[in-house]
Design a binder for this molecule. Structure first.
Ligand SMILES: NC(=O)c1ccc[n+]([C@@H]2O[C@H](COP(=O)([O-])OP(=O)(O)OC[C@H]3O[C@@H](n4cnc5c(N)ncnc54)[C@H](OP(=O)(O)O)[C@@H]3O)[C@@H](O)[C@H]2O)c1
Length: 271
């Protein structure tokens, strides 16, 4: 497994693979800045080398650089990627067609949108296959991503929606948590107590959703007794059109994802 680009997401993948039982010798890393490469080698005991050597020595090549650096990286490794290799691209907005056009004909490519909870092995990654993709390739991509959380397969035209929901999603949740903590402080709770109450409530609610498989409406109705406190709070959320704001926010994220993707493919700086 070659990880090309050892930044935030590259390091998340390396540490996830090792925690999932991969041996350090099975992972090779290349990184533009030598001091960063040395740091990763020291921390994870993985081998570090050049982009071309990493690509030619691996059957799975993962591109984890910023979207604007992808074209340059592909130009460098195009001649080195093995014909049977799987190329996994984690750069937001870069299509499988963009990668395929820059590699030898027939190279298997998969595109991935991960999210930051991968750092704690609770990531949500959506993968889309390119045009030369087979079942064993899919299994290989899933094995890589399962190391840091869950994986779903989606048609590539859904990737902007995925970016809006799970890619940016952790930020919306942090925003809600922030608002609830501040509300607790306003109601007179010490900040540490308010934080503990909100974080554990979020964790508990998320665990209930996942473990019971119940629809969120059913779970919410169970805490909403007639004429009670939750009903009074929900009425305020409805009055302030919070549900409509969420829909608008995610449409905006989807539209921005489209704009950024177009800019990345055309090699221009997005405004
Ligand atoms: N972080 C996230 O939450 C997240 C979520 C979803 C998707 N992604 C995607 O993951 C990709 C990486 O994001 P990141 O946050 O990890 O970025 P990052 O921290 O900037 O990491 C990229 C690393 O790759 C290095 N690099 C750039 N060009 C290179 C080249 N040609 N050869 C070798 N190394 C090279 C960079 O070096 P320099 O520092 O010298 O530039 C940097 O260390 C992005 O495309 C992003 O869209 C990230």
């Amino acid at each position: 497994m070659a990880i090309l680009g050892g930044g935030v997401m590259g390091e998340t993948l390396i540490s996830g693979l090792l925690r999932a039982g991969w041996a350090a010798q099975e992972v090779v890393v290349s990184e533009r800045r030598p001091e960063r490469a040395a740091e990763l080698a020291e921390r994870y005991k993985v081998r570090t080398t050049t982009n071309t050597e990493a690509a030619s020595s691996s059957d799975t090549v993962v591109l984890v650089v910023k979207p604007q650096d992808i074209a340059g990286l592909l130009a460098e490794i195009a001649g080195a990627v093995r014909p049977d290799a799987l190329v996994v691209c984690i750069a937001a907005g870069i299509t499988t067609a963009f990668v395929e056009e820059r590699l030898a004909d027939g190279t298997a490519v998969v595109r991935v949108m991960p999210n930051t909870p991968a750092l704690v092995d609770q990531g949500m990654a959506a993968i889309s296959a390119g045009s030369h993709f087979s079942a064993p390739h899919l299994a290989r991509a899933e094995a890589l991503l399962a190391a840091t959380g869950k994986v779903v397969e989606v048609p590539e035209y859904h990737q902007d929606a995925v970016t809006a929901i799970s890619g940016s999603g952790p930020a919306y949740i942090f925003y809600v948590v922030e608002a609830m903590i501040e509300a607790g402080v306003l109601l007179g709770l010490p900040r540490t107590t308010s934080t503990e109450l909100v974080v554990q409530t979020l964790y508990g609610a998320a665990t209930m959703l996942r473990e019971t498989g119940e629809h969120p409406t059913v779970l919410r109705e169970r805490v909403t007794s007639p004429g009670g406190t939750t009903a009074a709070a929900v009425r305020q959320l409805e009055d302030h059109k919070v549900r409509a704001a969420f829909i608008g926010a995610m449409e905006a994220a989807r539209d921005r994802s489209r704009e950024l993707a177009a800019a990345a493919r055309e090699g221009r700086n997005p405004r």
